[in-house]
Design a protein around this ligand. Sequence first.
Ligand code: ADP
Ligand code: MG
Length: 215
Amino acid sequence: MPLIVVSGLPTSGKTTRAKQLHDYLFARIAETQPPKYRLHLISDDSLSISRAVYDLSPDTVRLHTRSANSSEKDARAALYAAVKRVLSDKDFVILDGLNYIKGWRYQLHCEAKAMRTPNCILRVACQVDQARQVNEERLRAGQAAEQTDGLAEPYEPANWDNLVFRYEEPNPMTRWDSPLFAVLWDDDAAQTKRTFDDIWDAMAGEGRKAVKPNQ
Ligand code: ADP
Ligand code: MG
C-alpha cells in the first residue's frame, strides 16, 4: 500500500534501519491471514547502483558522460521505475537511500498520490561526525570489507563531504515530506519499535480505526 521513503546522510545507518523496518512490517503484515499487503525493499544496493554515481568531482567524472550528475539521474530513473513497478494499494514499499533532493521526494510523493496510496518519510538522524566515522572505517577496511559485505562500499571522501553539503533536510511543513518520522542513532529497540508502530498506524490506518469506537 504505502511508500516509506528513508532519508539521511551517507553512512548514517539508513540501510540498518530500513532492514529493521522491513522485519517489523513483515511481522505486522503476517498477523493478518491472508496477508493484506506485499512488502518490498528497494535500494541502491538492491539495484546494484554504485556510490560513485553521486560523485560530482570533475576529475572522477568520465569524459564521455553527458554531465557531472548524469549517472545520478540514471540511478534515480532506475529507482523510480522500480518503485513504480510495485507501488499499489496492496504493496508496502520501503525506499532505502539518501533521498536527499526535495524535488525527488516531491516526485515520489506525486507518484504515491497517483496510485492513491499514502507516503511518509523516515528520517534516519545521525551526527555528521558519527556518520563520517562509519565511512572512514569502511574506507580503511577497503577491499576486505567489500568482499565480506557487499553493502559496505564506502564513499570517496570528497563525494561523502559533498553529499552532506547537498543534503536537503526533510521539512514536515511540506506535504511531500509529511508525515515525517525520525529514528536517532541512539534509539534502542523499544524506541525504534514505537516509531515503527507510529508509521504503521499512519500508513495502514489500523490505529485510527481502533480509536474510532471510543470517540
Ligand atoms: P547507510 O545505509 O546510511 O550507508 P548503514 O545502515 O549501512 O548506513 O550503516 C553503516 C554502519 O553503521 C553499519 O556498519 C552499521 O552496522 C552501523 N550502524 C548503523 N546504524 C547504527 C546504530 N543506530 N547504532 C550503531 N551502529 C549502527
Ligand atoms: Mg545504505
